[in-house]
Design a protein around this ligand. Structure first.
Ligand code: ZN
Length: 363
């Protein structure tokens, strides 16, 4: 099996899950539709040479990112701070007035921030909602009439594409091999350290380590961010390589049992607390709910601040998504916070509730 990053052929299986929703971030109005969401197997392989991990059973053909895809985290203050920090990175490598292209700009939240900071912007994303004249609702490709960006921004996109190196080359080619690129992806070291099986799902086919992604460029900086969950990679576009230069010496592979052992441990934990709740119906929360309560009979639901998710159902497990106001009907339930970075703001929202709030690091 060839590693998509370094082209070496030795890899080990480090996680498998027979049926994972194709889209973790899609919520359903109707419970039956949620229960019958299309699912696919995930088998995460880790390259023993460069340390990159990928789902070798990924089905790219089912990944249609349309307007029903809800992955916006900008409702959260902690996430807004992260976006501000990311704007700070853009400001450190570019000047207002320059051209910024954002690929996979989602609903355009970050793109608007860059524009408001004085940059000329163009966003590309088929999941874009609305009619922002600066967003092209298409996948970015060289057939489009592209004005090269001084900076190309790729936030939380590269982990979704089946052939990441080819994808990067296509982008860099479409940009005339000029300018700089700023990539933000989840950091696999954090996932391993936390045994975060809830961060492994079908939408993400790629799991980069710092050195495996750094090796894709002759020269670049890698900066962990968002409390080390993510990382920024900043490079000159003309420094992109054919394969990662990262070799065995810089990587250790993961113990293949850590994720499955953690699933079992947390399954037992929630089984002893029927009715307990999860906070966060994003990808992490829905992956977690599906793993620890696949039949949807133990957890009392998933709390989320996004009005677009409340009253709807989680893919596959069918858990109901509740608004924070509905906590009054779950007074005795412990709440497991899916992303500890949001603990302070969740605590503030729950000031009047008697529920115990626990992060995954605490259970
Ligand atoms: Zn490799």
């Amino acid at each position: 099996m060839k590693c998509p990053l370094c082209n070496e052929t030795e890899a080990i299986l480090i996680y498998s899950n027979a049926a994972v929703p194709a889209f973790q971030n899609r919520v359903y109005e109707n419970k039956n539709d949620a229960l019958n969401t299309p699912c696919f197997p995930v088998e995460l392989m880790q390259c023993t040479s460069c340390g990159f991990a990928w789902n070798h059973l990924f089905h790219p053909e089912v990944m249609e990112y349309d307007e029903s895809y809800q992955n916006e985290q900008a409702h959260s203050l902690a996430f807004q701070k992260h976006l501000n920090d990311t704007l700070g990175v853009v400001n450190s490598i570019a000047k207002p007035g320059q051209n910024v292209i954002e690929i996979g700009c989602g609903k355009g939240v970050f793109l608007s921030m860059i524009r408001d900071a004085g940059y000329k912007v163009t966003g590309y994303d088929p999941a874009h909602e609305g009619n922002d004249p600066d967003v092209v609702s298409e996948y970015f490709n060289k057939e489009l009439d592209v004005t090269p960006g001084d900076i190309v921004v790729l936030r939380h996109t590269l982990e979704h594409v089946a052939a990441p190196v080819e994808f990067l080359h296509a982008i860099c080619e479409a940009n005339g091999f000029t300018g700089k690129i700023l990539i933000e992806v989840p950091r696999f070291e954090w996932i391993v350290q936390r045994r975060a099986f809830w961060d492994i799902f079908h939408e993400h086919c790629n799991y980069f380590t710092e050195s495996s992604i750094a090796g894709l460029f002759d020269e670049c900086s890698v900066v962990p961010c968002f409390e080390d969950q993510y990382m920024w990679i900043i490079a000159d576009i003309n420094k992109l390589r054919e394969f990662t230069s990262c070799k065995k010496s810089c990587q250790a592979t993961v113990d293949p049992n850590i994720f499955s052992d953690e699933v079992e441990r947390l399954k037992k934990y929630v089984a002893l607390r029927p009715g307990c709740l999860i906070w966060g119906a994003g990808a992490k929360g829905i992956a977690f709910a599906n793993q620890v309560d696949p039949q949807g009979t133990v957890l009392g639901g998933i709390v989320d601040i996004s009005p677009k998710k409340q009253g709807r159902y989680a893919a596959k497990s069918g858990h109901l998504i509740l608004s924070p106001d509905e906590l009054r009907d779950h007074e005795n339930a412990d709440i497991i916070i899916m992303n500890e970075n949001y603990k302070d703001e969740i605590q503030a929202m729950c000031e009047r509730n008697p529920n115990a709030l626990l992060t995954l690091g605490e259970i």
